[in-house]
Design a protein around this ligand. Structure first.
Ligand code: FES
Length: 107
């Protein structure tokens, strides 16, 4: 719907951190990771396209997240892999900030 899912209050996700939104909340079949980087928020499917790792547990820097398992990096904006071993992109989702909260729009 147009409202989105309220996942956190502004301030609850620190810069350089991520929040894992579970699949039963996203209604999407997969958990979604919401990232805070460079003062903006981004959302990608949480499960790495290469394996069974959670990108919300990855390292976030310079607009990318590094998978905690085999260190593939994904662009937070496009979901495109930036290096091996991942070759497939992560699905991206829209996030907006409204009324002091962070809203996720699972695509
Ligand atoms: Fe993410 Fe292998 S599971 S790079």
């Amino acid at each position: 719907n147009g409202t989105g899912i309220r996942v956190a209050a502004v301030g609850d996700i620190d810069e350089g951190e991520a929040l894992k939104v579970p699949a039963d909340t996203t209604g999407h079949g997969d958990a979604i990771a919401v990232f805070h980087d460079g003062g903006a928020y981004y959302a990608l499917d949480d499960t790495c396209s290469h394996g069974q790792a959670s990108l919300s547990e990855g390292w976030i820097e310079d607009g990318e997240v590094e998978c905690p398992l085999h260190s593939a990096r994904f662009c937070l904006k496009s979901g495109e892999p930036q290096c091996m071993p991942a070759t497939l992109p992560q699905r991206t989702h829209r996030v907006d900030v409204r009324d002091g909260a962070i809203w996720l729009h699972p695509g």
